[in-house]
Design a protein around this ligand. Structure first.
Ligand code: GLN
Length: 488
């Protein structure tokens, strides 16, 4: 059963080939069998999941089921889930049980999807390798000595290893697309404001956006349909009708204008990744797309701009973790200041502290104009580059990440090298655009992702462009032989 896509499983459930309870049990068994190797879950909720599955079975029997009803999924541990621990990968929230559901959690619930647990992630979503998690690293199902990417590494590994057909992630600078690329699956970051951030623990509020992981674009479309929508509880949520994400999947790509940013194919790009991307572009040419070179002249500003904006916003967002209201509290504090200092000192890991310090500095009196204001100006230039490009082309393509999965520990002592893993994805968040990564081949037996960038609210077009490629290639069907945990 675990080889099947969401669409196939959904058909099987309706035809009564198996029940959601059986399916959920099969997923739980597989999670347990591969847990030691992957470490992709922080919390698994067997009893609640089986109960939700039985509820879904009842809905299916009465004909009150949608495509997600009865489908098991894994939820990134950044979404609040009532009654189930929400740790955000941090010691700070190791004891936190949210009293309410995030909007995304609620929407998936309403659709009848069955949450089987919460997935491992970089602490507070800060990282590109899942190595900053308080719960230890996740390993890549394609090679257990390499990273799955991050910060949504647990969710990506869980789908790649066929523990679940779909999962959720969040993307502030690449955390859906980069792990999707490194694990050989499909990941979609929607337009900023398309999916509610209510109940999603904030890292950098002007950049954070939730989206799905799946094996196919078609499955991702169904997930997005359930996750997206206006939410009055999120002031940045956009009031706009939902698009039909599955209806246009088959549109022809004849005449589609694809732009290749010259800046995305230069120095620093692994030659194996470049070759896979070139081959994917040839596939698009065969489908009738017209490919032209474009320029995004301010691309080199993206990483430095992000590492001012994101830390600045995180320093503010994470000030709520003070040991008083919720989360970790230091024992026997001498006084109030000591309580704050020790709770934060002991509750946060090194990367989170580094970002809080950078952000606090960037926002401090006298430096605000030099850093935060400057970064906002650069952000506008980056956005304008994209707007000019979308006057000429329909979608932008390139590699998702400059290399395939790297080895555990390889970059963990060198933050700047680690930050460069998101060199192609970060600008998309700064501009608020939708982006996607789809499997496009291998280099040295490790998956390569093709990055698709669309104009605002063009998720349906991205899904169409991804789906058509998946009709003529089989990279998305390749499966790691994770029972062995080695390269196939
Ligand atoms: N890797 C980037 C960072 O560390 C992006 C993380 C994310 O998208 N959450 O900030």
């Amino acid at each position: 059963m675990h080889h099947k896509t969401l669409v196939e499983l959904s058909a099987g459930l309706r035809q009564g080939e198996y029940s959601s309870e059986e399916l959920t049990r099969a997923c739980l068994d597989r999670v347990a069998a591969l847990h030691k190797q992957l470490n992709s879950f922080i919390t698994v909720i067997e009893e609640q999941a089986l109960q939700a599955a039985r509820h879904a079975d009842a809905r299916i029997r009465t004909g009150d089921a949608g495509p997600l009803t009865g489908i098991p999924y894994a939820h990134k541990d950044i979404f609040c889930t009532r009654g189930v621990k929400t740790s955000c990968g941090s010691r700070m929230l190791d004891n936190f049980i949210a009293p309410y559901d995030a909007t995304v959690t609620q929407q998936l619930n309403t659709a009848g999807a069955v949450m089987i647990g919460k997935t491992n992630m970089d602490e507070f979503a800060m990282g590109s390798s899942n190595e900053t998690s308080f719960y230890g690293p996740v390993t890549n199902p394609w090679d257990s000595e390499t990273v799955p990417g991050g910060s949504s590494g647990g969710s990506a590994a869980a789908v790649a290893a066929r523990l679940v057909p779909v999962s959720t992630g969040t993307d502030t600078g690449g955390s859906i697309r980069q792990p999707a690329a490194l694990c050989g699956i499909t990941g979609l970051k929607p337009t900023y404001g398309r999916v509610s951030r209510y109940g999603m623990i904030a890292f950098a509020s002007s950049l954070d956006q939730a989206g799905p992981f799946a094996r196919t674009a078609e499955d991702a479309a169904l997930m997005l349909g359930a996750m997206a929508g206006f939410d009055p509880r999120d002031s940045t949520s956009v009031e706009r009708a939902l698009d039909d994400y599955t209806g246009g999947l088959e549109h022809t790509l004849q005449g589609l204008k694809i732009g290749l940013p010259e800046q995305y194919f230069g120095e620093g790009l692994d030659s194996g990744v470049a070759a896979a991307v070139e081959a994917a572009l040839d596939e698009y040419r065969r489908m009738g797309a017209v490919i032209t070179e474009i320029t995004l002249p301010n691309s080199q500003l993206a990483v430095p701009t992000y590492y001012v904006v994101a830390p600045a916003e995180c320093s503010s967002n994470l000030s709520r973790f003070d040991g008083v209201r919720f989360g970790y509290r230091a024992r026997d504090p001498a006084d109030l200041e000591n309580l704050y200092m020790r709770s934060r000192g002991e509750g946060f890991g090194a990367e989170v502290k580094r970002r809080i310090m950078i952000g606090t500095y960037a926002l401090s009196a006298g430096y605000y104009d030099a850093y935060y204001l400057k970064a906002q100006q650069a952000r506008r230039l980056i956005r304008e580059d994209f707007m000019r490009a979308f006057e000429q082309v329909d979608v932008i393509m390139g590699p998702t990440s400059p290399s395939a999965a790297f080895r555990l520990g390889e970059k963990s002592d060198d933050p700047v090298t680690m930050y460069l893993s998101d060199i192609y994805t970060i600008a998309v968040n700064l501009a608020g655009l939708p982006g996607m990564s789809i499997p496009a081949g291998f280099t040295k037996d490790m998956p390569v992702g093709l990055h698709l960038i669309g104009n605002y609210f063009e998720e349906a077009r991205l899904l169409n462009v991804a789906h058509k490629y998946q009709q003529v290639t089989d990279w998305h069907t390749r499966q790691p032989s994770n029972e062995r945990g080695r390269r196939p």
